[in-house]
Design a binder for this molecule. Structure first.
Ligand code: ATP
Ligand code: MG
Length: 346
């Protein structure tokens, strides 16, 4: 490519990558480096797979452009970078002839409208979940008292001591259900917000989960210790991270690796509000991944993939995060599941 066109592309706001016929990178402009969080120097002559984890859809678009020898636009392309950023883009692929056949790839991010729609859906869903859970908890809690009382009365009338075992089961199970229902009825309302250090939250969760599952579990820290203080409810945030980390540890049956990562994020829009700064917390595990049939609904109440799961951990996590005006999302494939919590900074 001539120096002139090279320089022009450097100034473009659109992300551009130039590849040869074998999908090897010849050039990428600074906008592309920014969008995909990579450094151009290290990528030249390397395959596109060094930028994206899955290039299937993109390869398809490239093949079509080459085959028709004309520009091809893929309107709905999902790309995952190696830094676990999922990007929704429109991509134009144009064949060009330099000293060999090449392809110019232009990427236009489409994340904003999609992200807004997703956040709105999340807010609706959280409110619906909260209402459903409260009503359900209320309806279950009332008859439980009656069941428990009746079992105790019955126990007094029983002459065979062996039969008491059964009434004990009724009483104990009624107690267990009541504790669960109380958990659902109490969390709303009284939050106590104060300045807090997110790393204290993560460290607490780390030690709790390591104590629960000693042995095969490693929890690595990848902290940005320069992060400023958050304003939030510490107990709620501990519960959020604990629910997510515990899920990861349970999915790996206590044997695997979890990374707790913190980063600063700049100029982020959460629930239509622009924040200059936000804290990004990622919980990444190398377990089996979230079962595909659960992926669309894991934040719904009572959805669980575990025989002894209540399906409430992520519902509560989402509720607490949205009370902090933040978001919680995930990406998952076998061998890599990443939950990302974004919390705005004051
Ligand atoms: N990191 C993960 N890897 C694999 N599957 C996961 C992961 N995190 C969540 N899941 C799936 O999502 C489901 C829902 O999680 P959630 O925490 O809401 O409920 P639960 O863990 O089943 O029950 P509990 O109420 O006790 O937390 C889990 O049962 C599990 O199948
Ligand atoms: Mg759970």
């Amino acid at each position: 490519m001539s120096d002139f066109s090279h320089l022009t592309l450097d100034y473009l706001a659109t992300a551009v990558i130039l590849v040869d016929g074998e999908s090897r990178v010849i050039y990428l402009n600074p906008a592309a480096e920014n969008l995909f969080e990579v450094s151009g120097k290290n990528l030249i002559t390397n395959p596109l797979q060094l930028i994206f984890t899955d290039t299937g859809q993109l390869a398809n678009a490239m093949q079509r452009a080459l085959h028709n020898n004309a520009s091809y636009i893929e309107h709905d392309l999902m790309l995952m970078t190696h830094a676990h950023n999922k990007l929704h883009v429109r991509c134009t692929v144009t064949p060009v002839q330099f000293d060999k056949p090449c392809l110019v790839l232009e990427f236009h991010p489409m994340d904003r409208p999609l992200k807004l729609a997703r956040e709105e859906q999340m807010l609706d869903q959280t409110q619906a979940n909260r209402l459903l859970l409260r009503n359900l908890a209320h309806e279950i809690k009332n008859p439980l008292g009656g069941i428990r009382g009746a079992a105790q009365l019955l126990e007094q009338e029983l002459d065979k001591p062996g039969l008491r075992e059964y009434t004990q089961v009724i009483v104990q199970e009624a107690d267990r259900l009541r504790t669960l229902m109380e958990k659902l009825l109490t969390p709303q309302g009284h939050t106590r917000h104060s300045a807090l250090n997110i790393h204290e939250v993560l460290e607490r969760v780390r030690s709790v989960v390591l104590a629960e599952m000693p042995g095969g579990l490693t929890i690595k820290r990848d902290y940005d210790i320069s992060l400023p203080a958050l304003i939030g409810d510490k107990e709620q945030l501990i519960q959020v991270i604990l629910n997510v980390v515990r899920n990861a540890a349970q999915a790996m049956h206590g044997h695997g690796r979890i990374i707790l990562r913190t980063r600063i994020a700049r100029q982020v829009t959460l629930f239509k509000q622009r924040h200059r700064l936000a804290v990004m917390v990622q919980i990444i595990d190398n377990g089996p991944g979230i079962a595909p049939e659960l992926r669309d609904k894991i934040f719904y109440p009572l959805v669980s993939g575990r025989a002894d799961g209540h399906g409430l951990g992520l519902t509560l996590a989402q509720d607490f995060v949205s009370q902090h005006r933040g978001t919680i999302e995930f990406d998952s494939e076998p061998g890599c599941t990443c939950f990302t919590v974004m919390l705005p900074l004051p």
